[in-house]
Design a protein around this ligand. Structure first.
Ligand code: AVJ
Length: 356
């Protein structure tokens, strides 16, 4: 049976240069590997396990906030077209549908073609009134995509959940948001999930859990390099380590070499000193102020802001800077945003609406 509300668009994102990036990252004075390579099949399974760990509050907290946004209506005159970055799984979008009214179109974007198309088709079957367009693309390809052809008549809302933005450097995050600002235009929005700065006693165990699942997830990157690129990393000779970088408010994941050793990879010999680390991930933690600054640098401001009772995670609605919300930004700046009363007032889905 053909589905009238379902289509796929495949921009055929270029295959990533795994070997090139690994060689490049491991030949730097400070060795690094990109976190996007964590997610092979086993890595995806491990990440799902992480999301269920008692210590990993991130996913649970984000979902609990989403459930609080009952019947959130955005001030838009059109139906919404929700564009989800990294939307190969429709799980969070289905939760969002319960709270965000008037979604007419859903455009999940991912490079993981098979999962993306399959999940999107299932969703289209389940929601006959929703137009679903699965877009296989990388983020760079979004800039030149002819959005008007597909989203004309809708108000675009980019949905970027999970604090995935925390993997980016501040300048990468700024470029991404600046590009998204051009895509959604002056009437569109970004719905952004951000993990917040919090006590280290909560932060560290979330990335260094008692069962060792996160350690396994980190080490799996070396296993993947062995399997896919024919390297000979001895996983027993590397240890998972978490560091908190206070200057930049970020969790860093490292793999520390337990011995002085050499590793062979594609005809190259890599030297590791005892105690030398491979930096595998940054997971930045935000404050309301830092999100405000990031938004302002890319032409947005915070229209609405929701958090949980512990202030562990925030879902932020960014709208473009209009005269109306410039006024409210000025008002906010003169107030102390860390004041508990202001924060409590801000938690209500309706009370912090700044657009009118
Ligand atoms: C998927 C990037 C949001 O930073 O919390 C979880 C990845 N790394 N445990 C995060 C991750 C280790 C996760 N993000």
């Amino acid at each position: 049976m053909t589905l009238l509300n379902f289509q796929t668009v495949d921009l055929a994102p270029a295959a990533q240069d795994f070997l090139g990036e690994v060689l490049q990252g491991l030949s730097q004075p400070v060795k690094t590997l990109a976190p996007k390579y964590f997610y092979d099949d086993h890595g995806m399974e491990l990440f799902e396990k992480i999301c269920e760990l008692p210590e990993y509050y991130v996913t649970r907290t984000e979902l609990s906030i989403m459930d609080e946004l009952s019947s959130l209506a955005l001030p838009a005159s059109n139906q919404l077209a929700v564009i989800e970055l990294g939307g190969a799984s429709s799980f969070k979008f289905r939760r969002l549908q319960r709270s965000l009214s008037d979604i007419g179109m859903y455009i999940p974007v991912d490079i993981c073609r098979q999962a993306l198309f399959q999940e999107a088709q299932k969703l289209a079957r389940d929601c006959p009134d929703l137009k679903v367009m699965a877009l296989c693309a990388d983020y760079q390809q979004l800039e030149s995509f002819p959005w008007e052809t597909y989203t004309a008549g809708f108000t675009p809302v980019v949905y970027f959940p999970g604090s995935t933005i925390g993997n980016l450097t501040p300048s990468e995050a700024k470029s991404l948001l600046t590009m998204l600002r051009r895509i959604v235009g002056p009437n569109g929005y970004i719905l952004l999930g951000c993990d917040l700065v919090k006590p280290l006693s909560a932060l560290i165990p979330a990335y260094d859990d008692a069962q060792g699942v996160t350690a396994e997830f980190n080490l799996n990157l070396l296993r993947r390099i062995n399997r896919e690129l024919g390297a000979n990393f001895d996983l027993a000779q590397f240890r998972h380590e978490i560091r908190y970088n206070t200057a930049e408010n970020k969790i860093e994941m490292h793999l520390v070499s337990l011995a002085s050793q050499t590793v062979h990879l594609a005809g190259t010999t890599l030297q590791f000193a005892k105690g030398e680390s491979i930096h595998t991930e940054d997971s930045r933690k935000f404050t309301r102020r830092s999100i405000e600054n990031l938004a302002a640098e890319s032409g947005f401001c915070i229209d609405q802001w929701w958090t949980d009772s512990r202030d562990y995670f925030a879902i932020t609605l960014l709208g473009s800077v209009t005269s109306a919300n410039i006024l409210s930004m000025r008002a906010n700046q003169s107030a102390d945003l860390s004041h508990p009363f202001l924060r409590r007032a801000d938690q209500s889905p309706t009370s912090s609406a700044a657009r009118g």
